[in-house]
Design a protein around this ligand. Structure first.
Ligand code: NAD
Length: 247
């Protein structure tokens, strides 16, 4: 849908790689001006170095991005890191480390961006959540807990900021074909076989393309979704709706 984001100014965290990079491309294609906030530079959009686990870094990066953009209409909280294991496997420090990025990162960005979003007539926040928030994935206790927090935060913020005209939604990707997943597969004894097995475990027999998640983010952040807030849109081949679990 070219032109849906004409004149909109967006910040995308974690926009240098994977799902975030696809979101940047989708918003740009639709006419948005985008600044990426990431630990690493984006190959395709102006970037400001930002560590979402540091409040100081977030405040400075948001100020620089808004300065470049001349305002802000869309915040995409996408930066995130993984964690494997049961509650017995991850010590408290690891829980704090992952929460700092996946949960507090989105909180800090939202706090820093809300004053700017209030000045927009097309304001919205989209959080990259995960099927892990709803599916009960084995060996993902810590990661799932962070995404469950993001799902709840999305609904609570939708309520808090409804009357200010700021919509807050989430996307719930299934297993997506990104550098993150490639890194995980590369640790397997036979990465090709592991990839084939992972694909076979998905309800629709393949990994989700980052571009498919980006389409959902583009819709939720567009004026077409102006009556939509507090929802999480699954992009998972049906896993959530069909109550499926990866084997
Ligand atoms: P990725 O590793 O390819 O990209 C993540 C990006 O976030 C990188 O550019 C990285 O530099 C950045 N980042 C990491 N920590 C950061 C920090 N502290 N501050 C700023 N930037 C930081 O990962 P991806 O697969 O594209 O995942 C993106 C999001 O999608 C994450 O929130 C993840 O939880 C979610 N997600 C991914 C999948 C999947 O299967 N890949 C499924 C569901 C949800």
């Amino acid at each position: 849908m070219p032109g849906t984001h004409e004149g909109l100014r967006a910040v995308v965290t974690g926009g240098a790689s994977g799902i975030g990079a696809a979101i940047v491309a989708a918003l740009q294609e639709r006419g948005a001006t985008v600044v990426v906030l990431d630990l690493q530079p984006s190959p395709s959009a102006p970037s400001v170095t930002c560590d979402v686990s540091s409040d100081e870094s977030v405040r400075a990066a948001v100020a620089a991005a808004v300065d470049q953009l001349g305002g802000l209409d869309v915040l995409v909280n996408n930066a995130g890191i993984g964690a494997q294991g049961t509650v017995e496997d991850n010590p408290d420090d690891e829980w704090r480390r992952v929460y700092e990025v996946n949960v507090l990162g989105a909180v800090r960005l939202s706090r820093a961006c809300l004053p700017h979003l209030r000045a927009s007539t097309a304001a919205s926040i989209v959080n990259t959540c995960s099927i892990a928030a709803t599916a009960g994935l084995p060996q993902r206790a810590l990661y799932s807990a962070t995404k469950g927090a993001i799902a709840a935060l999305t609904r609570a913020m939708a309520a808090d900021h409804l009357r200010e005209g700021i919509r807050v939604n989430a996307v719930n990707p299934g297993t997506a074909d990104t550098p993150w997943v490639a890194r995980l597969l590369s640790t397997a004894a036979d990465p090709e076989a592991e990839r084939a097995a992972l694909e076979a475990r998905q309800p629709h027999g393949r990994l989700v393309a980052p571009e498919e998640v980006a389409e959902a983010v583009a819709y939720l952040s567009s004026p077409s979704a102006r009556s939509t807030t507090g929802v999480d849109l699954a992009v998972d081949g049906g896993m959530q709706a069909l109550r499926l679990r990866p084997a």
